[in-house]
Design a protein around this ligand. Structure first.
Ligand code: DAH
Length: 354
């Protein structure tokens, strides 16, 4: 009996001293567990006399319940004191300034934003989006587009050519997105209604030209499509993009080897201040080249010009970005200056409002 009392006192003392649940659990296993000290004593009950068992049995049961209650009590006490410690540590100071949202810190480049805006306008008109290679062959960039062999645009001063490869072929960085007109005709089913945004390259650098710039090509091929459809599509686009139902536009005859007739689209603007204002004033600015796809180009794309016709256009994304958002110098677009992007950039979750 003395031994039981001693075991009880020792166990209770260690339970009271336990500082965490883990220690309590090991005390429980060491006493009440299958191989624990109390369980061991229970097993011995079988080896003693009936009389002794009548005294020791109930005493052992009492010890067992006393230990498990002590463990439960201690657990409860520990839990309460740990909450007491955590509460002041986790207190929220509601007077602190709000931390900037990660979405407020990063910005979309204006070219990305404007590309999204353009795509969303043409998606509404049921156009699909295509992309194509920036490294092109002379065939797709020029020949298939009806450029005569001596056309000046093929010359070194305009085009970035690669060195000849082992087959004697000289690849180039596409000078426009128009090679995609051919690739679209080769791969898409008619009716074709696609827009193709992407990077283009020419050897040029000043406030309105960069050696890498962005274009958006558009193509419609159907049996009966005509120049009135071309005019409507581009008018709708410009009015949505520049947010002006009253925006004045002018279609002017022009020349491109791959369209016949060819046109250029000007929008009304005002140059009198340092800043260009769209939709007012007495000046005109050219923003789009377009026309009816030339029969030779339809043939290059594998289509019969006696059955199909279509229209196409190309616009400079950087230029209409500068116009819409009043950015004076194209070169800063690609300098990677964080102050510029913080000023002119857009919030990533900003949905284009058109
Ligand atoms: N590729 C022409 C350029 O870079 C732009 C262009 C004009 C594209 C007329 C077209 C088009 O699709 O029909 O200047």
């Amino acid at each position: 009996m003395d031994e039981l009392k001693k075991l009880e006192l020792e166990t209770i003392a260690s339970i009271t001293a336990a500082e965490d649940e883990h220690t309590l659990e090991s005390i429980r296993v060491a006493t009440l567990g299958r191989k624990g000290s109390v369980s061991h004593l229970m097993k011995i009950l079988g080896q003693i006399t009936m009389k002794e068992r009548q005294v020791i049995g109930p005493a052992l049961n009492r010890l067992k319940s006393c230990i498990s209650h002590a463990i439960l009590d201690r657990k409860e006490t520990l839990k309460r004191s740990s909450i007491k410690v955590r509460l002041p540590r986790e207190v929220v100071d509601v007077t602190l300034p709000v931390r900037p949202d990660p979405f407020d810190r990063g910005h979309l480049h204006p070219v990305t934003q404007v590309t999204d805006e353009i795509i969303s306008i043409f998606s509404d008109m049921d156009f699909a989006v295509l992309e194509g290679p920036e490294i092109e062959t002379d065939y797709y960039n020029f020949t298939a587009l009806n450029f005569p062999h001596d056309h000046p645009a093929r010359e070194m001063h305009d085009t970035f050519f690669f060195s000849e490869d082992e087959n004697g072929e000289r690849k180039l960085l596409r000078t426009h997105t128009s090679p995609m007109l051919i690739r679209a005709m080769e791969t898409k089913k008619i009716p074709i209604r696609v827009v193709i945004p992407g990077k283009t390259y020419r050897q040029d650098l000043d406030t309105t030209h960069s050696p890498m710039f962005h274009q958006l090509e558009g193509l419609v091929i159907e049996k009966n499509t005509n120049i009135a459809h071309l005019k409507w599509v581009l008018q709708e686009f410009c009015r949505s993009f520049f947010d002006g139902s009253e925006l004045n536009m002018r279609f002017r005859p022009s020349f491109f080897p791959f369209t016949e007739p060819s046109l250029e689209v000007d929008i009304q603007c005002d140059h009198s201040d340092s800043e260009v204002k769209v939709g007012e004033g007495g000046d005109w600015m050219e923003i789009i080249g377009c026309g009816m796809v030339h029969p030779n180009v339809l043939c290059s794309g594998g289509l019969d010009p006696d059955i199909y016709q279509g229209f196409a256009w190309g616009l400079g994304i950087d230029r209409i970005t500068m116009l819409k958002y009043g950015m004076p110098d194209l070169r800063s677009f690609f300098e990677g200056d964080q102050r510029w992007i913080n000023h002119y950039g857009f919030k990533p979750l900003h949905i284009p409002i058109l």
